[in-house]
Design a protein around this ligand. Structure first.
Ligand code: GDD
Ligand code: MN
Length: 362
């Protein structure tokens, strides 16, 4: 069977929603040859086994279960690459996206001059009165910045509900960032030419079952993705996050040094050692949550990772010190010597931790 339309649905703990969604798709998509691909990141609530049951009952339901992987964007990319349909739609599993809009999105895309059709929450005719103030502000700031990188005037570049040609998906896939959740923005920013698009308004419904996975880290992730796209691909995305975490460690370090040395009147050496240790520890946990949230270490591996991290960063600090001293002795300005030492050790810390502490294989 050749399908005209594939609907990619990323799922993380959506056991209470997937069956209902399938029923809604059936009701909405009469007359179109469609399949739905659920990409599940090994949900603990048994989402994948419910999808398996559904795909045993019929041909046009597929379950792609990913083990040891996380992330909305990469789930969507892999789902898109798994279909042979000419048109690909992406939507959430939680029933917040109005499936009744799919046929008109599909029809609009039949026009040869359009690459992508986006369902927007923020254009005339849209309604999303159930949005929290925070989410609304985040989205407004985001919209402004993202126009720069998407080369478009999309009212909702953060939408998770859109449809595109498979040829476009195939073309941009190798360049997509794959981290985080801003897949639509990433597609627009990664295309070799401005994408021809149209937006349709819809009403963003309230989530019925389960909970939202996009918390406060989302805004940071978003800023980093924009930075990544603006810098071109000169600097790897993870390295930027790693540096940002490193910078936060510096702040922690100096604050604690002040506390131990000035306020608690500890000897400088002790104060310095204690604050280095704590800053390193906080860097480790932040990196584990942010930089490597898709390879997050848990349990015993977390403890091992922490030890390796201490050792790697210990060497990094030692190298930093040696190099800076070497340069300083050769009459290089003190701040330049310090800067070069720090830069080299950051690259070392990143490179080695990237391949050992948070190595890809599980
Ligand atoms: N496979 C996979 N892996 N799916 C995930 C993951 C993940 O790590 N995280 C979330 N999902 C799935 C959810 O199960 C849901 O189907 C969909 O992705 C959206 O997640 P929600 O947690 O419901 O997101 P939201 O409603 O808070 O956010 C909405 O607005 C964002 C922009 O502001 C969604 O429409 C997002 O798609 C959109 O980017
Ligand atoms: Mn949702």
């Amino acid at each position: 069977m050749h399908y005209e339309l594939a609907i990619i649905v990323p799922t993380k703990n959506e056991a209470g929603n997937v069956r209902q969604l399938l029923g809604l798709l059936d009701a909405a998509l009469g007359g179109i040859r469609w399949e739905v691909i659920f990409v599940d990141d090994d949900s603990a609530d048994g989402t994948a086994s419910i999808v398996r049951e559904m795909s045993a009952e019929r041909d046009n339901v597929l379950c792609l279960r990913r083990i040891g992987r996380q992330g909305l964007s990469s789930a969507v990319i892999e789902g898109m690459m798994a279909t042979g349909a000419d048109f690909i739609a992406v939507m959430d599993a939680d029933l917040q996206h109005d499936e009744k809009l799919l046929p008109s999105m599909f029809r609009t895309l039949q026009d040869k001059d359009i690459d992508v059709v986006v369902a927007s929450r923020f254009m005339d005719g849209s309604e999303c009165n159930n949005f929290s103030r925070f989410r609304e502000r985040l989205s407004n700031a985001g919209i402004f910045l993202s126009r720069l990188v998407t080369r478009s005037r999309l009212t909702d570049p953060l939408s998770g509900f859109f449809i595109l040609r498979r040829s476009v998906a195939e073309e941009v896939a190798p360049r997509l960032n794959g981290q985080g959740f801003k897949i639509l923005l990433d597609i627009f920013a990664s295309a070799s030419r401005p994408l021809r698009h149209r937006e349709l308004p819809f009403t963003f419904r309230q989530r019925q079952s389960g909970e939202s996975k996009l918390g406060a880290l989302v805004s940071l992730e978003f800023v980093l993705l924009l930075a990544d796209k603006l810098c071109g691909r000169l600097v790897p995305f993870r390295f930027l996050t790693f540096l940002l975490v490193g910078f936060s460690g510096l702040v922690v370090h100096l604050a604690l040094l002040g506390l131990f040395y000035k306020i608690l009147q500890q000897p400088f050496y002790t104060a310095q050692a204690a604050s280095t240790f704590i800053a390193m520890t906080s860097n480790f946990f932040l990196n584990n949550r942010l930089t490597y949230h898709d390879r997050r270490l848990r349990g015993r591996k977390l403890l091992m990772g922490l030890l390796v991290f201490y050792i790697v960063c210990g060497f990094g600090a030692w190298g930093n010190f040696q190099l800076a001293q070497f340069l300083y002795d050769r009459k290089i300005m003190w701040w330049l010597a310090g800067l070069i030492g720090a830069a080299v050790s950051s690259v070392w810390n990143y490179g080695v931790n990237n391949s050992f502490t948070w190595s890809r294989e599980k």
